[in-house]
Design a protein around this ligand. Structure first.
Ligand code: ADP
Ligand code: 5GP
Length: 210
């Protein structure tokens, strides 16, 4: 039975390349946050560590987990499956640990709709501009032009989901963005005042989508 001492769930979503993995790592390093490790059928990137960044599994194993009802949420993203298993998340929350989810809007919707008895705070991260997003994707994805183009195309669709999140933040300077998220989480947990300007966000989304 969830209690006041339970951890909170923090979802970070964004169009690919906006920086949610970088921000999740920063938040987990500096705070009492555990990153929920997802399962995926995607192949590892050269710098990724199995069982730390993801549990890399094949389609058969992923389907077995679906059939066993082990996923809190799962979704198909860019031709691969990604999912969050329930047990490690609930165990951490019950121990008072805050859990960070680096998941897409489909997973965020599923977790929201589950209406679990744990506090949930959701963030959508935006890039400063499309040009900067392109640059970051190009650097990260080893100049693989096809992947970068695919993710830039997907950006136009993903960005539309910003409206369903509690907060939207712009990842311009990494330290600033980290502080903004950190302060908003603390304000939510301790009922503090929130430094948040929805009008600025609306204008920024307009710039990104025009
Ligand atoms: P996502 O998880 O949203 O797909 P990543 O965290 O992998 O994005 O970030 C994409 C790339 O951009 C990475 O190479 C990362 O190092 C870089 N990056 C992230 N945030 C910033 C920032 N504020 N300034 C400059 N580069 C950044
Ligand atoms: P990447 O392949 O770049 O690591 O992730 C691609 C997308 O899948 C990102 O938007 C990321 O947030 C999302 N993702 C990663 N893990 C999960 C998960 O467990 N569930 C869902 N729904 N999305 C995930």
């Amino acid at each position: 039975m969830p209690t006041e001492n339970d951890g909170v769930m923090v979802i970070l979503s964004s169009p690919s390349g906006a920086g949610k993995t970088t921000l999740s790592n920063l938040l987990s390093k500096k705070n009492n946050y555990e990153i929920s490790i997802s399962h995926t059928t995607r192949k590892p990137r050269p710098n990724e560590v199995p069982n730390k960044d993801y549990f890399f599994v094949n389609n058969d194993e992923f389907n077995r987990l679906i059939k066993n009802g082990e996923f809190l949420e799962y979704a198909k993203v860019f031709n691969n499956y990604y999912g969050t298993t329930r047990t490690p998340v609930i165990d951490s929350l019950n121990k008072g640990k805050n859990v960070l989810f680096d998941i897409d809007w489909q997973g965020a919707d599923q977790i929201k709709n589950k209406k679990l008895d744990y506090k949930l705070i959701s963030f959508f991260i935006l890039p400063p501009s499309k040009d900067i997003l392109y640059e970051r994707l190009t650097n990260r994805d080893m100049k693989d032009k096809i992947i970068v183009e695919e993710r830039m195309k997907q950006f136009e669709r993903d960005v539309l989901h910003w409206i369903n999140y509690d907060y939207v933040v712009v990842n311009d300077d990494l330290k600033n963005c980290y502080s903004k998220i950190h302060n908003l989480i603390n304000a939510e947990i301790f009922n503090g005042s929130k430094d948040y300007d929805p009008e600025f966000i609306r204008n920024h989304v307009e710039k990104l989508t025009n």
